[in-house]
Design a protein around this ligand. Structure first.
Ligand code: NAD
Length: 368
């Protein structure tokens, strides 16, 4: 493998290797595509076994961000960063500030945020060295915890799927099986209960289960392995990836899969068609779980909760567009989501060919 071969495989624009002996920083920043705007994506800290693993991960994840932002209607491109190291033992203010200086050196082509292994506190260190960081705490004027917004986006996508399939978006009386009641799952259950749905949950964490059953009445609890076979309208995965697979699909009694978990389909090319064949409508994961990203992107314009809430609600219309493309073109909803994102990037790339004569003041505006 050569670096340029790997970049060429998914058409990446730029890779930046960052090294600082004094702080132990070893990081890679990948910028996949900036047609729509600066590349936004979190910074993951992980003890990769091999440098190659870190490189593959950052290339894969940054491309995913291009699609996620494009489908969400954001004027942002796709990027991601990885810091190679143990997030439990290697973190320090100096390491994150050193990382922040590399981010700053990219002059806004890449905007960083927290991700697996990094926290809001780490990003506050980063913020000392760069303007190009988002996902800061509310106390510092940022957007705070993204989970309630992710949950809102999931509910909007779920309603769009119900409307598409049944003609009514109402949650009243609908049976929803929720896998995982952590940060997103808890807020999702709240929306579902308020909407009059009958909710069944599972979790491996007893404390999280107690929290949700203590907060809301009428919640049924099943064992983690039994959640796939629950007789329901919607299966909402909010825990792990790859839970739609050869073992689980035959157990499904739902007619919709819609949840926040990333990479829900074990193998996209196999399990998206498998759901379609069984008449199960799939709300693509990176579209329906974009509420947190939309919220964080809002911070770039000066955070406003009402505006963020409105923009997250547009996930309903985006999902409807995707279901329409899938039906019209006879493709899976997953493929339709990719198509929607690619068409938007192509279309916006084309309009930039026209010379306007004036350099617009840089803004991170999102579509209405
Ligand atoms: P979380 O860690 O707070 O919650 C996950 C929950 O799933 C935990 O309660 C955990 O105990 C439970 N769980 C783990 N394994 C399980 C199993 N086998 N069966 C049942 N429950 C299990 O995470 P979160 O922030 O709520 O995120 C949930 C999912 O959504 C993750 O996949 C995450 O990547 C994705 N996501 C989250 C956000 C966000 O804003 N937090 C945004 C986009 C995507």
């Amino acid at each position: 493998m050569t670096v340029f071969e790997e970049m060429g495989r998914r058409d990446h624009e730029q890779l930046v290797f960052c090294h600082d002996e004094a702080t132990g920083l070893k990081a890679i920043i990948a910028i996949h595509n900036t047609t729509l705007g600066p590349a936004l994506g979190g910074c993951r800290m992980w003890q990769y076994e091999k440098e190659e693993d870190a490189l593959r991960d950052v290339l894969r994840l940054s491309r995913g961000m291009t699609y996620k932002s494009a489908a969400a209607g954001l004027n942002l491109g796709g990027g991601k960063a990885v810091i190679i190291g143990d997030s439990k033992s290697m973190k320090s203010e100096a390491l994150f500030r050193s990382y922040g200086r590399f981010v700053q050196s990219l002059a806004g082509r890449y905007i960083t945020a927290e991700d697996v292994g990094t926290s809001v506190r780490d990003m506050e260190w980063v913020r000392n060295e760069t303007d190009h960081v988002t996902g800061i705490s509310r106390a510092l004027g940022g957007s705070g915890d993204p989970s309630p917004f992710t949950a809102l986006g999931v509910v909007m996508g779920m309603k769009a799927a119900l409307k598409w399939q049944t003609g009514s978006e109402s949650l009243s009386g609908k049976k929803v099986a929720v896998q995982g009641v952590g940060h997103v799952g808890f807020h999702l259950v709240k929306h579902l209960v308020e909407g009059g749905a009958q909710v069944t949950v599972c979790d491996i964490d007893q404390d999280n289960l107690k929290k949700v059953t203590g907060a809301f009445n009428g919640i049924e609890v099943v064992a983690p392995d039994d959640i796939y076979g629950v007789d329901c309208d919607v299966f909402a995965p909010n825990a792990l990836g790859a839970v739609v697979n050869d073992d689980t699909i035959p157990q499904f009694k739902c007619s919709i899969v819609a949840g926040s978990a990333n990479n829900v389909l074990a193998v996209e090319e196999i399990h998206a068609p498998a759901l379609k064949e069984r008449g199960i409508l799939y709300a693509p994961d990176y579209v329906i779980n974009a509420g947190g990203l939309i919220n964080v992107a809002n911070e770039l314009e000066g955070y406003n909760q009402d505006r963020a809430t409105n923009q997250v609600s547009s996930i309903y219309d985006i999902c409807t567009d995707i279901f329409r493309i899938a039906e019209n073109e006879g493709i899976t909803s997953q493929k339709a989501a990719n198509t929607l994102a690619e068409r938007r990037i192509q279309a916006m790339g084309r309009i930039k060919h026209t010379y306007t004569g004036v350099q617009l003041k840089k803004r991170q505006k999102t579509m209405p």
